[in-house]
Structures are given as C-alpha cells and as structure tokens.
Write a protein that binds this ligand. Structure first.
Ligand code: 5GP
Ligand code: ZN
Length: 113
C-alpha cells in the first residue's frame, strides 16, 4: 500500500467526503477548510506536484481545472472562487500529490499569505 495520503483517498482506502469521481480525477472536501467551501481536485495517478507534470499530462491538468470549475458551479459558488495549486516547499505545498484547491464562499484577498 502506498504511503501517499491522496493516493489512499483516491483508492478509497482512506475516508474522504468525495464530491466528484471519474476514471482519472477525484474531488473531495479538504479536512481543514480555509473557506466555507474548500475542495481538492486530484489526479488518481500519483503526480508529486505541478513541477512533475509531463507534456503527456496536459489534457489531464486541463480537465482537472475544468472539473474544478464544474464542481464550483455545483457548489453554487456564483459570486466567484479561487483555484490554487501550491507547488513545492516555498509554494506552501504540504501534501506531495498534485491537487487543485477550490476555495469559495467568502471574499478572497490579494496578495495571499
Ligand atoms: P497543500 O498545503 O499541499 O497545498 O494542501 C494540502 C491540503 O490537504 C491542506 O489544505 C490539508 O488541509 C489537506 N489535507 C491534509 N490531509 C488531509 C486528509 O487526510 N484528508 C483531506 N480531506 N484533506 C487533507
Ligand atoms: Zn499520491
């Protein structure tokens, strides 16, 4: 069994509040929400971060972003939302499996912390 947290969630070996599942993408609620709606969209296959994306993953990452927008619509984030991909240590990434954050339901600020 892999020791990657998000691989385990994708495989159904670790519980999560799943909101979306396809053959290669899963969406689930963040365990520690930073906004009223906080959902993570991940590829089922293990990609450590955006830095590890290969040219062959262009369709996958495109569909992950598109899926995130569809989930945001499903979650009624009509006033807007933020999509975030923290990448690497200085990017604030804490789980080394590529994920797109969907944050919504409150006013977002800029610059981010
Ligand atoms: P990062 O900091 O890598 O951009 O985001 C990782 C996110 O994963 C964090 O927002 C964190 O709360 C979330 N997270 C960490 N462990 C778990 C878990 O076991 N289940 C779920 N649903 N989210 C998790
Ligand atoms: Zn993984």
């Amino acid at each position: 069994m892999t020791d990657c947290l998000f691989c385990q969630i994708a495989a159904g070996q670790l519980p999560a509040k799943i909101v979306y599942r396809s053959s290669d993408i899963v969406g689930f609620h963040d365990i520690s929400p930073q906004a009223p709606t906080h959902i993570l969209v991940i590829p089922i296959k293990h990609i450590a971060s955006a830095r590890e994306l290969q040219s062959g993953d262009a369709d996958l990452i495109g569909r992950m972003i598109f899926t995130a927008t569809q989930i945001a619509t499903d979650q009624h984030l009509d006033q807007g939302y933020r999509l975030v991909i923290n990448t690497g240590p200085q990017g604030g990434q804490s789980v080394d499996h590529l994920h797109v954050h969907i944050l919504g339901g409150r006013q977002m600020h800029w610059p981010p912390g």
